[in-house]
Ligand binder design. Sequence first.
Ligand SMILES: NC(=O)c1ccc[n+]([C@@H]2O[C@H](COP(=O)([O-])OP(=O)(O)OC[C@H]3O[C@@H](n4cnc5c(N)ncnc54)[C@H](OP(=O)(O)O)[C@@H]3O)[C@@H](O)[C@H]2O)c1
Length: 287
Amino acid sequence: MKIIVMGANGLMGNEFRRVLPARETYFASRLDCDITDINSIRRYIRGLNINDEFTIINCAANRDAERMEFDDYDLAKKITVDGPHNLAVVANEMGGRLIHFTSDYVFDGTKNTPYLESDKTNGLSVYGRLKVCSEQDLLATANNIIIIRPAWIFSSYGKDFVKTIYNLGQTRPELHVVYDQVGSPTYGADLAKYIAQIIPQIKQNTREIYHLTNEGVCSWYDMACAVKQNCNLPCEIIPVRSHEYQQNARRPSYSVLDKSKIKRDFNLCIRHYSDALKECCEQIKGK
Ligand SMILES: NC(=O)c1ccc[n+]([C@@H]2O[C@H](COP(=O)([O-])OP(=O)(O)OC[C@H]3O[C@@H](n4cnc5c(N)ncnc54)[C@H](OP(=O)(O)O)[C@@H]3O)[C@@H](O)[C@H]2O)c1
C-alpha cells in the first residue's frame, strides 16, 4: 500500500513524516502538487508510477478561520471544497482511496453532550460551513473516502495554541484565555499515529465520517493552565468569556466529539490529551 500525503509541509504533513514509512510514502508540497488544479494532481500521481493500491491523505488546506471571514469567498472555497473534490475525482479515476480532514467547526455547539458523527452539522463560520460543504461533496463524489474530524490540534510543528501560549507566556505578565468554549484537544502526533494504524484496516468502498481527537475534555483556559504548568511559565492565565476576546469567526461553545465509532471499528485505544500535552510541551521546550 502506497500513501501520498498532500500539503505535506504543514502541521499534519510534518506529523505524518514522523510516522509513515519513508519507502511507502510520497510527501507532496504545494509546489509538487496544487490540489486546486486537477491536472496537477493527475500529473503528480501518474509520475509516481504506482502499481499498487494507494491512499491519498489530504493535509492541504487553509485553516485560517479568522481571515476566511473576510478573504475572497471563492478562493476559500477553492482550497476547502474544490481541491478535495479534485482529489476524489482523481482517486476514483486511478482506483485510490482518500482520507480527508474536516473539523469540529462543522457543528454549532448547541449540544451539551458529545457530538456523534450522525449529528446535524451547522457551521457558524465560513470555514465551518465550507468544511460541511466538502464533507457533503466528498460523500457524494468519492468511491473510497474516510473523513476525519479532529479538533483543537496541537503540535510541536506549525502554528498552534500551545506554542502561542508558550511564547507569549514567557514575555507577558498575564494572558487572557476564553473559558466558555469547551472541546476535545487532539495531539497532531497521535492523530497521525492513529491514522497510520487504521489505514491497513479500511475496507474497500468505504464512505465514512469519523471523529478522532484525544480523550478528555477542557476549555481553552484549562489547556492554557496546563501549558503554563508543564512549561513553568511565569505568567498568570486569566479566564475570560468569548465576547471579551475579539474574534471574527464564530466558534462552537461546545464541540466535544464522541469517538466511539472509530474506537469500535478500528479497535483504537486513544490516550488522554493531558499525557499528550506533556509530551508536546517537552518537545517545544527542547526546540
Ligand atoms: N490545525 C488545527 O487546529 C486543525 C483542527 C481541525 C482540523 N484541521 C484540519 O486538518 C487538516 C490539516 O491541517 P494542518 O493544521 O496540517 O494545516 P496547515 O498547517 O495549515 O497546512 C496546510 C498545508 O496545505 C498546503 N496547501 C495550501 N494550499 C494548497 C494547495 N492548493 N495545494 C497543495 N497544498 C496546499 C500549505 O502549503 P504552504 O506551506 O505552501 O502554505 C500547507 O503546507 C486541514 O484540513 C485542517 O482544516 C486542523
